[in-house]
Design a protein around this ligand. Structure first.
Ligand SMILES: Cc1cc2nc3c(=O)[nH]c(=O)nc-3n(C[C@H](O)[C@H](O)[C@H](O)COP(=O)(O)OP(=O)(O)OC[C@H]3O[C@@H](n4cnc5c(N)ncnc54)[C@H](O)[C@@H]3O)c2cc1C
Length: 540
């Protein structure tokens, strides 16, 4: 097999991967360079589609404080966030956001030329920075892509998918196997620092706001290599995704900033309903609004409710939400007059690879940052706009951490790694799978039985069916193409979500069980799951 060597390898080119690559290259001497491996084109990621903004607890905003942001984040996390992590990330926000600005990210300003902070649900003050109105992700990724492309130390492998981590018997990561979609070949990349920035797994569900690539690859790779995963039961379902028809599965997000500006949710009779569910109404935390909509949809046997933004002036709507207004208009909806059909969709993976704020995992040389990691920031529910903040703060801290590490390329490869390489250099059966149908079936299963409201009976049904699907798909290692790899990874992560959801016998944050509807203060604190043990371990 073809092989190459790099001082550092970053897998993924969303906000976390791009910013980590840039900061590492700026801070370190990299004799063998840095490689970004990314599944499609550079910058194509969940990050690119982020709308509302990024939390900025910065000195420019005198109305805000770290303490206030910490309190809001802990409240949203429903008792499961790690206070130290929350404090750390909030404190680092000022330095990192200002560094992002220096790297070329342009946040929107007010008429006086000062940063423009807005409010989002469950934040107690205006602290959200945005770019291009409602195109914050594009603003951040475009600026970072530009900086990365101008950096000679950074090489880029596009249309390349990481498919297996090379971890030796001493639990050290020495590199990665990638599948090059353009040549159809597998290649080995050796490195002393392998950074997973592969994002979440929204594509495990029938309806999602996530683009096609969010299939949980990094989570599956890390799990199969012996990394600890934490809190996989916590999947955030965004309340308001554009629901044009039940057939439209990848759904465009209608940011909660629209509700922040005053838009109201109404049912098919035109009645506002949020006051029946929360005194915070439309600005209640995401999980509360999601379940309220789910309940209204069930009552009305409908596939959506509506978001009425007609009380906001048309001019303001277009200026503040140009992307949303345009997308709706393309679909025949003038949001200044017509209510927008909306329904919940899988949006964010709170759990992930257990990691410190510097990205360290339980495997030496393997780091995880951004949505694929679980640092303890989000707990049982993510506060809006905290995820982009986590991406950039952890990328920044990881660069700092690595600048003190001794990075030497591994020349000695042990038997365990040779065995992995053998598997990927040997032929496999050409058996034909209808992957598109298999993926759809799995996504429907997860939506119906491990979705917004769960119970033991449904979760067990899902478990049984996933086991059957696994036994029928004879590819647990090498596959024939990208789709097969994605399906392999989706099966792995689906079963972890179901296992963890079964183990958490309570309702908390985004995890809602109709058979255990109360929050149990004595419940397990964290579900930590690791491959070699093949069972969950609990931290109480
Ligand atoms: C529509 C939408 C709106 C959002 N709005 C906001 C918001 O306003 N504020 C906020 O804070 N958060 C928001 N979020 C969440 C936030 O965007 C994400 O959590 C965050 O961008 C994740 O960044 P990341 O770099 O960790 O992963 P991603 O941005 O998802 O990037 C992952 C990268 O890894 C690559 N990849 C994956 N698997 C492999 C593999 N096997 N091999 C090679 N490459 C791989 C992907 O191609 C991609 O480039 C939103 C999310 C969505 C979907």
């Amino acid at each position: 097999m073809k092989y190459s060597e790099y001082s550092v390898v970053v897998v993924g080119s969303g906000a976390a991967g791009l910013y980590a690559a840039l900061k590492i290259s700026q801070q370190m001497n990299l004799p063998d360079g840095l490689l970004i491996i990314t599944k499609s084109s550079l910058g194509e990621s969940n990050s690119r589609y982020a709308q509302g903004g990024i939390v900025g607890v910065v000195h420019q905003n005198t109305a805000d404080s770290v303490e206030s942001h910490v309190i809001d984040t802990l409240k949203a996390g429903a008792g499961l966030s790690d206070r130290k992590t929350v404090e750390y990330i909030s404190q680092a926000s000022d330095e990192v956001i200002n560094d992002l600005i220096n790297c070329g990210v342009e946040f929107d300003k007010n008429s006086k030329g000062d940063l423009n902070f807005t409010l989002e649900a469950a934040h107690s003050v205006k602290r959200i920075l945005h770019s291009g109105g409602d195109a914050t992700g594009r603003g951040i990724t475009d600026a970072l892509c530009h900086a990365v492309l101008s950096d000679d130390t950074i090489s880029i492998a596009e249309q390349s998918m990481a498919v297996e981590l090379l971890v030796n018997a001493e639990n050290e990561c020495k590199g990665v196997i990638l599948y090059n979609e353009l040549t159809g070949e597998h290649e080995i990349v050796y490195t002393s620092a392998l950074i997973l920035a592969t994002g979440g797994c929204g594509q495990l569900y029938k309806f999602t706001t996530n683009p096609d690539g969010a299939t949980g690859d990094g989570l599956a790779l890390a799990y199969n290599a012996g990394a600890e995963l934490q809190d996989m039961e916590f999947i955030q379902f965004h309340p308001t995704a554009l629901a044009l028809s039940p057939k439209n599965k990848n759904r465009f997000l209608i940011s909660e900033a629209v509700r922040g500006e005053g838009a109201k949710l109404i049912n098919h009779e035109g009645t506002e309903f949020m006051s029946h569910y929360s005194d915070k109404r439309e600005l209640a935390p995401r999980d509360v609004v999601t379940r309220a909509i789910y309940s209204e949809m069930n009552k009305e046997h409908s596939t959506n409710v509506f978001l009425n933004a007609s009380m906001i002036s048309g001019m303001k709507l277009f200026e503040r939400f140009p992307t949303i207004s345009r997308k709706c208009r393309e679909n025949g909806i003038d949001i200044s007059h017509t209510p927008i059909p909306v329904a919940p969709a899988a949006h964010y993976t709170m759990g992930g690879i257990k990691a410190t704020v510097e990205g360290c995992t339980n495997i030496k040389g393997l780091y995880a940052i951004g949505e694929c990691s679980c640092t303890g920031l989000h707990g049982a529910n993510r506060l809006a706009s905290n995820s982009l903040l986590e991406c950039v703060v952890c990328a920044y801290e990881l660069a700092d951490y690595l600048s003190f590490a001794n990075l030497t390329i591994p020349h000695k490869i042990d038997e365990s790694i040779k065995n992995i390489i053998n598997i990927y250099s040997s032929p496999i059966s050409e058996e034909d799978y209808d992957i598109e149908s298999l993926k759809q079936h799995l996504k429907e299963l997860m939506w119906d039985y491990a979705g917004i409201v769960r119970n033991e009976k449904d979760l067990l049904k899902a478990k049984l069916e996933i086991d059957r699907l696994k036994s029928e798909f004879m590819r647990d290692k090498k596959c024939l193409n990208k789709d097969e790899y994605e399906y392999r990874n989706m099966l792995t992560i689906s079963s972890l979500i179901v296992e963890c959801a079964l183990a958490r016998k309570e309702s908390r944050g985004a995890h809602c069980r109709s058979d255990y509807s109360a929050t149990n203060l004595n419940a397990i604190h964290s579900n930590i799951i690791k491959y070699e043990e093949k069972e969950l371990s609990y931290v109480v």
